[in-house]
Design a protein around this ligand. Structure first.
Ligand code: G6P
Length: 615
């Protein structure tokens, strides 16, 4: 949700900033802009509505010189996507430019105050208030840039990662953060800012992860200076190494990141299980559970809180923990949980699931549960993210960077971690027999290979997808472990193809959605052969009697549903509790190819953002 980039060094900043914006475009892409201080002391701001490529066109005949600059790709919150609302924003005198990811909550009162002092606002954004406030601090209190930023930040509430530069000060770049991601790259005589490491990795692996409430001054030729926003104390920068490689953030020959990430799933699951799944011994070793398993064993209840696709993974987590560990589980969308004054007991365990580790509502749910004494366990992908920092313990999914806005490999690795965690806890609590434990763990060892088998049927899925591009509505049905998979399949379809789709527990269909079924209506039934098979078979018959077009995801060798369905995709046999790891793959492919057939922009869908850092 908005991406920020910054550079101060010896090279021309523009190229680095534009490349960085392209890498961060997954965070938002309704407008983009860049600000540069050139060698003649000019502060130039160029910004346009639309994608980063529009900005590049716009800048073709402009002065793009300068070795210090900031740039931004936007996902609109305050103010519609437009040239004037794009970042960077100038201050009144045009001496300062600022980029911002986050939200300034008290912008209205600050705007009223600044307006009374003669400041005129050119945009509808909350961000412009901050750059004006910085200028006010400079003028009113005769402060240098760094001090003015510091003083201004003591007046604002909200979330932010910012970058600030000044016309008269081409040797300085100021940045700060609260609750929005920020990484500083440290090169030889050069520094980089990024909302994540992707704009930085090409130039340096040495990075600093600023903590919340830190204000940072980067001065050409000097050591970086970090101060706490609370008491101005000096903080020693801690330089860490990023593990990311350039290959991880490029498409690697695939047409879209989404397709690359779908195909990466065998590898991302391997990385996810690496060192945790002991393939020889058929054991699961999770340090989080080794150290804190007791907390789970004694839990009165597990609460799972997340948003979007991560919430769907959480719904599967409920089936896993209740089936394997016999611990009651409540799963809640974080945005509801945080505001409804939920009952939380100190002996609850809250599992927060998040790919980005930055989703504002998920973080708020964690804080709420933490305040009430619950034990906080995190499952997240981005190392060092806010979710990771807020947990008492947890497990990284190690899926590698997920760039496609529609989440795919993050989902399967989250389900995999939930399965491994539930198995490890069940073993510790002795709620699972040794035989069942070994059998499921053995199946986990085979899961990557089984996903490869499904991926080898991509052409089959592609052909089927062509048949369904006419549809305006889809219904996805599933039961048990595969009911959340039906919801995830429907979400994938609507977010990338803009076709309306609903995921439903198959039997619940009779209480409403059945009214929608006619010969036009495609129904995707997730129906692998497990204990509820006969029940779902009856549901398929009900759909068939109303002439719905059925696409069924079935276990290899199935004959019963095959006879009824119009189209069938087979998946290999596995344990029921692991089946979502397989059944979701054809649904991801189906949505991808339907969206392609409809000419949609698969990696950058309208209105969506990869990481939702505002509530
Ligand atoms: C956004 C993304 C989804 C994601 C959700 C939760 O809506 O587009 O793909 O599932 O946020 O994000 P998180 O990073 O917390 O998993």
């Amino acid at each position: 949700m908005c991406g920020i980039v910054g550079y101060l060094g010896t090279q021309n900043a523009y190229d680095i900033l534009i490349k960085g914006l392209h890498r961060l475009e997954y965070r938002g892409y309704d407008s983009a802009g860049v600000a540069l201080v050139d060698n003649n002391g000019q502060l130039n701001v160029y910004k346009t509505k639309g994608k980063v490529s529009n900005l590049e066109d716009y800048c073709k005949d402009k002065n793009i010189n300068g070795t210090v600059g900031i740039a931004h790709t936007r996902w609109a919150t305050h103010g519609e996507p437009s040239d004037k609302n794009a970042h960077p924003h100038y201050s009144q005198s045009k001496n300062i430019a600022l980029i911002h990811n986050g939200i300034i909550e008290n912008y209205l009162s600050l705007k009223t105050f600044l307006s009374s002092k003669g400041y005129v606002f050119k945009s509808d954004t909350d961000t412009e208030v901050l750059v004006q406030l910085i200028e006010y601090m400079m003028n009113e209190h005769d402060l240098p840039l760094y001090e003015a930023v510091y003083q201004a930040l003591t007046q604002v509430t909200g979330a932010y990662a910012i970058g600030v530069i000044e016309k008269n000060n081409p040797n300085e770049l100021i940045t700060a953060r609260i609750a929005s991601p920020l990484i500083i790259g440290v090169g030889k005589d050069e520094f980089f800012l990024g909302s994540d490491a992707s704009p930085i990795v090409e130039y340096t692996k040495d990075v600093i992860y600023p903590e919340d409430r830190q204000v940072i001054r980067i001065v050409r030729g000097k050591e970086i200076e970090i101060r706490s926003l609370d008491n101005k104390s000096l903080i020693k920068p801690e330089v860490k190494q990023i593990q990311l490689s350039l290959e991880d953030i490029e498409k690697g020959g695939f047409e879209h990141f989404m397709l690359k990430e779908i195909f990466e799933q065998p590898k991302s699951l391997s990385l996810c299980m690496n060192g945790r799944l002991q393939r020889e011994q058929k054991e699961i070793i999770l340090s989080g559970i080794q150290n804190y398993g007791e907390r789970f064993a004694k839990a009165r209840r597990i609460l799972i809180s997340a948003c979007g696709t991560s919430w769907h993974a959480g719904l599967i987590g409920k089936y896993l923990f209740e089936t394997l560990c016999r611990i009651p589980v409540d799963v809640e969308v974080a945005s509801e949980f945080r505001y409804r004054n939920p009952v939380i007991y100190p002996d609850d365990v809250l599992i927060a699931i998040s790919q980005s580790g930055e989703t504002a509502d998920t973080l708020a749910a964690m804080e709420l549960a933490k305040k009430q004494g619950a034990f906080i366990y995190g499952i997240c992908n981005v190392v060092g993210s806010s979710v990771a920092r807020l947990t008492d313990s947890g497990t990284y999914t190690h899926a590698g960077p997920e760039i496609g806005v529609a989440s795919t490999k993050a989902f399967t690795t989250q389900v995999c971690i939930l399965a491994m965690t539930a198995l490890a806890v069940a073993k510790q609590m002795e709620t699972i027999s040794t035989e069942d434990y070994k059998r499921i763990v053995t199946e986990l060892c085979n899961i990557e290979e089984k996903i490869e088998t499904i991926l080898s049927k991509t052409e089959e899925v592609k052909e089927i997808s062509k048949i369904f591009t006419y549809a305006r509505n889809f219904l996805y049905l599933g039961r048990g472990f595969n009911y959340p998979v039906a919801m995830e399949g429907a979400l994938k379809l609507k977010e990338i193809s803009y076709i309306h789709a609903e995921g439903y527990p198959a039997a619940e269909m009779k209480h409403g959605p059945i009214a929608l079924i006619d010969e036009e209506m495609p129904i995707v039934v997730v129906a692998p052969r497990y204990q509820m098979y006969n029940k779902i078979l009856s549901n398929v018959v009900e759909v068939k009697s109303r002439k719905g077009k059925i696409l069924a995801i079935v276990t290899e060798g199935d004959t019963d549903i095959k006879r009824l369905a119009d189209y069938v995709i087979e998946i290999p046999q596995t344990e029921e509790c692991l089946s979502p790891l397989l059944t979701v793959i054809p649904l991801q492919l189906l949505s991808y190819y339907i969206a392609i057939a409809k000419g949609r922009d698969v990696d950058q869908q309208r209105n969506l953002a990869k990481s939702v850092t505002v509530e």
